[in-house]
Design a protein around this ligand. Structure first.
Ligand code: 4AZ
Length: 239
């Protein structure tokens, strides 16, 4: 059973605990963990064992899920990485007779995690030389421009484009319309500020409603975390 956590603590808001992992077992929140390499999460052994009638067995990897980049478990903020598990290792000195000794486990992820700092999903901007008029798409500026566009929750994004949004995408913009990316901005970055005010690329301008900046139609972006393993592969990044 998960222990009650952080009694008398503080709510982590802007603090950067980007190494923190949520461990779900059997589709339920179960434990915390910490990312120690791009493919390994450190946790407690009792988080990955199943106790039944004095028998303690390892929970199958297929029933464990690791979520990285989580802050508020109740909302989709755009930085979450859901990771499947390829293996679970427990310390050889930990055993059922002494469940409190060597209570340590390492969870191996099926794919590499994206390392980076949290960016604030409300402090984001899109940059480009795309059209400045949302309806006719005829005016292209010579000088680089940017627009401030907060990231929108996944369900709000899906509601704006029924049946068209999957986990490779995220929405940004305001429900009432206004600042938005447009034709010609495609391919350019959606950037958000991290806790140290550095810009972190979070998306790629992709598509949207026919009219840019129209109420009810957010800009749609590639969710960068969903394609990081692929980018790393093709770019030959050694981590
Ligand atoms: C486009 O066609 C395009 N309003 C880019 C961004 C958006 C819409 C269309 C978002 O390249």
């Amino acid at each position: 059973r998960p222990n009650p956590l952080i009694v008398g603590g503080l709510q982590a808001k802007d603090e950067d605990f980007h190494f923190m992992a949520v461990i779900k077992t059997f589709n339920q929140f179960h434990c915390g963990g910490s990312l120690i390499t791009t493919k390994h999460v450190l946790t407690a052994r009792h988080c990955v064992v199943h106790k039944e009638l004095h028998l303690s067995t390892l929970i199958p990897s297929s029933q464990i899920e690791v979520i990285l980049g989580e802050r508020d478990r109740s909302v989709y903020e755009g930085y979450e990485q859901d990771k499947a598990v390829s293996a679970v290792f427990v310390h050889e000195r930990g055993n059922a007779d002494k469940p409190n000794s060597y209570d340590v486990a390492v969870i191996e992820l099926q794919s590499h995690a994206v390392l980076g700092h949290y960016a604030d999903s409300k402090r984001c901007l899109v940059v480009g030389w795309g059209a400045t008029d949302g309806d006719t798409h005829q005016h292209y500026p010579d000088k680089l421009r940017f627009a401030v566009v907060p990231i929108v929750g996944f369900s709000e994004c899906q509601a704006a484009y029924p049946g068209l949004i999957d986990h490779s995408m995220l929405c940004a913009g305001l429900p009432q319309g206004g600042p938005d990316s447009c034709t010609g901005d495609s391919g350019g970055p959606l950037l958000c500020m991290d806790t140290r005010n550095n810009l972190v690329q979070v998306g790629i301008v992709s598509w949207g409603g026919k009219h840019c900046g129209a109420p009810g139609y957010f800009g749609v972006y590639v969710r960068l975390t969903s394609v990081m393993p692929w980018i790393r592969d093709v770019a030959g990044v050694p981590w």
